[in-house]
Design a protein around this ligand. Structure first.
Ligand code: ADP
Length: 160
């Protein structure tokens, strides 16, 4: 059976931290679906289709990766996609506490067996978050060290 994982998030925008988690996880799975949750309660800086397009461009040469959007419980989306794994990144102990609750809830929700796999972030990416990147963007700062090149270029050329 194919080892398929869903990597869920808002990715507003996708950062180098996210990118490296996905690239490391390619070794572990046959296919990874980077899945952008449509969360009506969160207001986003970048439109869904733009966030999706940036990630697709970034992994255009990587057949093991696809990008999708979803508007349901992550476990239900996993079942719909035939994915038995959820991939998440861990930066800090705060991430751990947050992820622990989500992971345990997902386990209770899914009668379909889904394992969440956590990868520790590289030390040099621990401080990178989409929230912090959005703050830099607000003041038109240089985001090229935090965001993949194609995304940084588009934002600094077309959104500033
Ligand atoms: P969410 O809206 O669920 O918080 P994010 O888009 O912020 O989604 O993040 C998605 C996943 O990527 C989460 O598992 C998060 O911990 C992980 N992540 C975020 N930033 C980094 C980083 N700098 N290094 C490694 N993992 C990260």
């Amino acid at each position: 059976m194919e080892r398929k994982a869903v990597f869920p998030g808002s990715f507003d925008p996708f950062t180098i931290g996210h990118e490296i988690i996905v690239r490391r996880a390619i070794e572990l799975f046959d296919h990874i679906i980077i899945s952008i949750g449509i969360n009506m309660e969160k207001s986003h800086l970048f439109p869904l289709e733009v966030r999706k397009k940036w990630i697709e461009e970034l992994f255009a040469d990587e057949p093991k990766i696809s990008v999708k959007t979803y508007n349901m419980l992550t476990v239900d989306f996993c079942r719909q996609q035939g994915a038995r794994f959820i991939l998440r990144g861990l930066r800090t102990s705060a991430d751990f506490e947050y992820e622990r609750v989500i992971g345990q809830i997902n386990r209770q929700l899914g009668e379909f067996k889904i394992e969440t796999v956590y990868l520790l972030t590289l030390p040099e990416h621990t401080y990178i978050s989409s929230t912090f990147v959005r703050e830099v963007i607000k003041y038109k700062g240089d985001i090229s060290k935090f965001v993949p090149q194609n995304i940084a270029q588009d934002i600094m050329q077309n959104w500033y």
